[in-house]
Design a protein around this ligand. Structure first.
Ligand code: UTP
Length: 640
């Protein structure tokens, strides 16, 4: 049997705000007057690193502690271990749930590194549950999405004596902040867009807290409150929590970090007033309040609050910036003698999706395109590896931070893409590959996981190919990269990263351009405007397809001081939602030019209403769409 090894990383998770509302919201199943639970949760940098492969048993090797666990994939046996609450109960609990639902074999997991501190409210147990679920999911192609992984990991964890809330498995979503909504048994997850980097510091208060007592006492207020204290707990974890969470999200999305800090302070005040009286022994938390009132911490931060089940466990501080973040961490460690770590939540990247259309016929490359698609032509890349064009392109966009790619292909080509991106190599081949090439092979397979495919049945032009990705774009700005052009940067950021950075500043439809000789203008789409000073962009006034040289000299140039310059499309675009609307309109009304739906005309119409930026990257475009250009690209890529 083919036995590939996969690499896994699952981070710990942190509840930034809204703790306890997850389990409180679950009581809506019994009492629908209870408010839904809302929490802002994020994955952190620290986590569990492992490798996994298929095996007939469940084997978990911890290479750090040198402990090994081995068990037959037997439901009863696994359940018994899970219920025992022993060290391996979490992995056994997940495997038991998997075995209960799927008729599959075992896996061998090797835990190579754990950077997440245990028992610090960072859900190391949930991370291991998600990791085991993910290993089964990927090795046996169970087709679980992140939500599915999260739910299965939860079932695994509650098979053990641990009574985690449903919030813990949010680590499945990785290192990004999300809003979780808890309505009875239903959980909804929404991404939160972060406008400005958030610099948090977390510190272990080096005291004691009893989470079981806190949970026990607070749960007494549910599902029906019997007295004022209990009514207040429901209010604190319900309507007040809802209001503060919604205000916090507004601040995060607007980039008002100072406002967020103020809400954190308010959150703690409300928790102390409405929730703490239900468990004063644990929630009066003198140590926490000492830190919250510390003059130094107050001065360096926008706000602070308790974390997790609250009590004297961990404190969370929102620093004013990166510098004060480090000062606070040092202050905790040196002066207060508390373990502390930083968590920076970076601002949300403006463009996370890319479209690469590769369904064209490639007639200019006949007859090679009769037997091989343009996207699969070989290139010796700058790293010396010989790879198909499409792989060079995918690496370029993924290195620029793109997380999902939609390839527009001819359906008949699907097996070729599957072969490259999804099918593991046979043992015969892997046994002969070098260590480096084996690593590259797993990189290819992980790139494959980021790709979705859309089929273009009729070759109706680039505009048509792009329009097929409307659902994929789903109103978000997307990067469009032509499938037959490669890029070579001249600075530390690749060309794709450069155009994304430019878009982040303007938020406007953006097309990358490159300067061409006047004598060549008739080969390209030309964009014109005015370049101010040393800017590397201009606002586009006019766009024209392949103008005659003399006409271009008269009308289609870009002014730069007193010079006339000519800028041609470079092959990368950041498309806004308006472009998809315009393309749809063209298709509905059968607006074609030269027999095809043209992207350029749709872009020009959007430009007229909403404006367009032409961005000049510091790099070179290398074409592979015609024989002469392909020869040049091949030599340029490999020779440098
Ligand atoms: P080209 O204009 O280079 O077309 O498309 P082509 O068909 O690939 O090549 P020739 O002109 O016949 O030699 C630019 C990009 O858009 C894709 C192509 O695959 C290429 O990556 N494309 C073009 C589509 O996906 N569908 C289309 O209908 C047209």
């Amino acid at each position: 049997m083919e036995n590939k090894e996969i690499e896994l990383f699952v981070p710990g998770r942190l509840c930034i705000m809204g703790e306890h509302s997850d389990w409180a919201g679950r009581y809506r199943d019994v009492n629908n007057k209870i408010e839904k639970g809302y929490a802002i949760v994020t994955g952190i940098e620290e986590g569990i690193f492992a490798t996994a492969k298929i095996s007939d048993k469940l084997i978990v090797k911890n290479t750090i502690s040198k402990k090994t666990f081995s068990c037959e994939m037997d439901y009863q046996e696994l359940k018994k271990i899970a219920e025992s609450g022993s060290y391996w109960s979490y992995v056994a609990g997940v495997a038991a749930c998997i075995k209960e639902q799927y008729n599959i074999g075992g896996i061998e997991i090797k835990i190579n590194k754990v950077t997440i501190p245990e028992k610090k409210g960072l859900s190391s147990s949930a991370a291991i549950c998600v990791l085991v679920t993910r290993a089964f999911n990927q090795l046996y192609n169970l087709h679980l999405n992140t939500m599915g992984e999260m739910n299965l990991a939860y079932l695994g964890e509650i098979t053990t004596p641990s009574r985690c809330g449903k919030l813990d498995q949010a680590c499945a979503f990785g290192k990004k902040p999300i809003l979780m909504e808890f309505d009875g048994d239903r959980i909804t997850v929404k991404d939160i867009k972060v406008k400005n980097d958030l610099h948090f510091v977390f510190a272990d208060l080096m005291s004691k807290k009893n989470t079981i007592k806190i949970l026990g006492d607070l749960n007494k207020a549910f599902p029906f409150a019997d007295n004022e204290v209990e009514t207040n707990v429901q209010k604190g974890l319900g309507e007040i929590n809802k209001k503060l969470i919604s205000e916090s999200i507004e601040c995060i999305e607007k980039g008002d970090n100072e406002g967020l800090g103020k809400i954190m302070i308010k959150f703690q005040e409300n928790f102390d007033k409405y929730v703490a009286p239900a468990c004063p022994e644990e929630l009066t938390s003198p140590k926490l309040h000492e830190v919250l009132n510390d003059k130094n911490i107050k001065e360096l931060s926008f706000g602070a609050k308790g974390v997790g089940s609250q009590g004297d466990g961990t404190v969370q501080v929102l620093a004013k910036d990166e510098k004060t973040q480090n000062k606070i961490k040092k202050y905790f460690e040196k002066e207060l003698k508390m373990d502390a770590f930083n968590l920076t939540i970076e601002h949300t990247k403006p463009v996370k999706k890319a479209i690469i259309p590769v369904a064209g016929n490639g007639t200019r490359m006949y007859p090679i395109t009769k037997s091989i698609k343009k996207a699969f032509l070989p290139i010796i890349d700058e790293d010396g590896i010989i790879k198909p064009v499409i792989l060079c392109l995918l690496e370029e966009v993924i290195n620029a931070g793109i997380e999902e790619v939609c390839l527009v292909i001819d359906e008949a080509d699907q097996p070729e893409y599957d072969n490259l991106f999804n099918k593991p190599l046979s043992a015969d081949v892997t046994s002969k590959l070098s260590e480096d090439m084996l690593k590259y092979e797993s990189k290819i397979l992980s790139i494959g996981k980021k790709i979705t495919y859309v089929y273009q049945k009729e070759k109706l032009g680039l505009g048509h190919a792009v329009s097929l990705c409307k659902n994929f774009a789903n109103n978000d700005p997307v990067l469009l990269v032509l499938g037959d052009q490669l890029y070579k940067t001249k600075n530390s950021k690749n060309c794709t990263e450069q155009i994304i950075d430019s878009f982040e500043k303007s938020g406007m439809l953006t097309v990358s351009v490159t300067e061409v000789d006047k004598k060549d203008v008739s080969k390209y789409g030309i964009l014109c405007g005015n370049i101010q000073d040393k800017d590397n962009y201009f606002f586009v006034d006019k766009m024209v397809e392949k103008p005659e040289e003399s006409v271009a000299e008269e009308k289609y140039y870009t002014s730069y001081y007193n010079q006339k310059k000519y800028y041609a499309v470079f092959g990368e675009y950041i498309l806004t939602d308006e472009v998809f609307k315009k393309l749809d309109e063209h298709i509905k009304n059968n607006v074609k030019e030269r027999g095809e739906f043209q992207l350029t005309s749709a872009l020009d119409e959007v430009r007229e209403v909403h404006g367009m930026v032409a961005y000049i990257p510091d790099g070179e475009m290398l074409d592979v769409g015609n024989v002469k250009a392909y020869k040049r690209t091949f030599e340029k890529k490999s020779n440098d």
